[in-house]
Structures are given as C-alpha cells and as structure tokens.
Write a protein that binds this ligand. Structure first.
Ligand SMILES: C[S@@+](CC[C@H](N)C(=O)[O-])C[C@H]1O[C@@H](n2cnc3c(N)ncnc32)[C@H](O)[C@@H]1O
Length: 279
C-alpha cells in the first residue's frame, strides 16, 4: 500500500480533534510527522485509506481507535529522577516540612505519569527519607499516578521494566535496592510499589474524584497544551491542593501568565510553586 498524504483540510480537522480530545496542540510543522504516524495506524487497523480511518474516528464509536491515535500522537518520554532537582527538593525541603507539620496523610499526585518512573522515583525518595529519619514522617503516604493512555498505565501498574528503561536515570545502587531481576527484566519491590496507585485520567476532565493533594507533579505535559487548557488545568489543580500545597512543573513550564493561584518558591536546587495563602 502506498503512503497517503494528509490534505491540508484533513490535517486541520485532525488537529481540531486532537486538541478537543486531549488538549494537545499540533503546530503547522507537524503535518509530515502526523501523516506518517496515521499511515502506520491505518495499516494496524486494516483501513484501506487514512480518510477511511479518519471517517471512522469522526463517528466517535471506536474507542480503541481513538485511544491508539491519541497514544501515537503523544510523547511518553520519561525517566527515573528526571531532572534530579524535584527529588532533591522533596528530600531536603518538602519532606522535612511535612514531617514537622504532621498531616494525617501525605498525598502526592503524579499527573501525566507515563510508565510510572515519576511516581516510583517519588516513592523511592520518601523511602530514603524515612530510612535516614526513622519515625520523622510517620504518616500515611499515597502517590496517585494518572495518565490519559491505558498503554502506559498498564506498564506503570505492572512496574516491570527492561534494561533500556532501567538505565535512564536509575543508579545501579537504587536499581539493586528497589528492584529484583526476573527473566531479564527488573521488577519493582512491593515496598516501593505499595504507596502508588494508578488511574486513567484526561487532564481536560474533572479532578473531583481524586481528593486533595499536598504535592502535585505535573511535568512535561503542559508544554503541549493551548493557553486556555494550561490556564484551566492549573486553576483546577489549585482547587485540589491542600492549603500551602506544592506544584512541581517541568523545567520549561511555569504557571506565570496562566494562573494567579501560585507563588514561586526558589530553593538552591531549583524552582517549584506553592499555593498562595490568600487563594
Ligand atoms: C512526556 S510524558 C511526561 C511523563 C512524566 N511526567 C515526566 O515528566 O517524565 C507526557 C505524558 O502526558 C500524557 N498526556 C498527554 N495528554 C494528556 C492529557 N490530556 N491528560 C493526561 N495525560 C496526558 C501522555 O500520555 C504522556 O504519558
């Protein structure tokens, strides 16, 4: 089958679909990339042409097709202890702060968690803090990882990683302490897995079932969204942060210009955000 080129009109319709479905805004320059990914899916789903596949997509009746298309358009790129500084700030600033505050529970949300490395890096950081400071943080800890993609969530829940995924950001020492090797793969130990649970959630939809959080990690996903979606997401995250709660964004992301609910907190390791007292 020869590769079919998406017409400009089809590309515009598709961009609109993607923005509505998951907030991701495709630039003009992604036409070729999108065409090649859609050609791949056309074959996978045995449609005769891209147009036939897009017609089915427009009907809105094929949930699996919609999920696969969103999956193919999003980047699931992630790594252990990504950028280091968020975990250093947790270890040296936030966890001692919550240890003093003694909340009845410490709840952390890894929004757009991809394959789970972020949630488990948080869990490892807490385990290391508790080991170094026995009894200091004797509260119930829950880490909730959410993502729009059922494919990445399956991997996050299983918490079994191959060598290629393991080497990205995880030291040998941590790998040997927190995972066990089974059939050439690395399986997360229960102590790190237990505080984490995972659920499917589109960040454009309601957060009302999630409960309240003390820390939200929302990293490397807002960059793909429109100004309206960023504003909406950041304002709704503020509504489910406990008073004085923290927001940790990706290195190139900031709430400035989108939501007035947060103030910048500058630590020597890097910058994060806190819900304003007046909010
Ligand atoms: C680049 S990864 C970031 C993973 C992790 N937060 C990190 O920084 O390493 C972006 C993730 O956002 C997810 N995503 C994209 N659009 C989303 C949406 N509307 N709602 C929830 N998750 C979304 C993708 O499926 C992907 O797993």
């Amino acid at each position: 089958m020869t590769e079919e080129i998406l017409s400009t009109q089809q590309y515009d319709v598709f961009r609109h679909f993607l923005a509505e479905a998951c907030g991701i805004v495709l630039g003009e320059n992604k036409h070729y990339l999108v065409t090649s990914r859609l050609n791949r899916l056309t074959k996978e789903f045995s449609f005769p042409t891209i147009s036939a596949m897009l017609d089915t997509l427009a009907l809105g009746t094929n949930k699996q097709l919609k999920e696969r298309i969103i999956d193919a358009m999003t980047t699931n790129e992630t790594s252990w202890f990504r950028d280091t500084y968020p975990y250093e700030i947790m270890r040296h600033e936030l966890l001692p702060h919550f240890a003093k505050k003694k909340p009845s529970a410490l709840r952390i949300w890894s929004a757009a968690c991809s394959t789970g490395q972020e949630a488990y890096s948080i869990s490892m950081t807490i385990a290391e803090y508790q080991m170094a400071n026995p009894g200091a943080l004797s509260t119930f800890v829950e880490i909730v990882g959410t993502d729009i993609s059922p494919t990445v969530l399956k991997i996050a829940r299983e918490a079994v990683y191959d060598e290629i995924n393991i080497i990205r950001g995880l030291s040998e020492e941590r790998r040997n302490r927190y995972l066990v090797k089974e059939n050439e793969k690395w399986k997360m130990r229960d102590a790190i897995k237990a505080p984490a649970r995972f659920a499917e959630l589109n960040l454009l939809n309601s957060y009302s079932l999630l409960g309240k959080f003390d820390i939200i990690f929302c990293r490397n996903v807002l960059i793909y969204f429109s100004t309206e979606s960023k504003t909406d997401i950041l304002n709704r995250m503020a509504q489910i942060l406990n008073p004085g709660g923290f927001l940790i964004l990706g290195g190139s992301e900031s709430p400035t210009g989108y939501s007035p609910a947060y103030e910048m907190v500058r630590y020597k390791q890097g910058v994060i955000y806190r819900l304003k007292d007046t909010w």
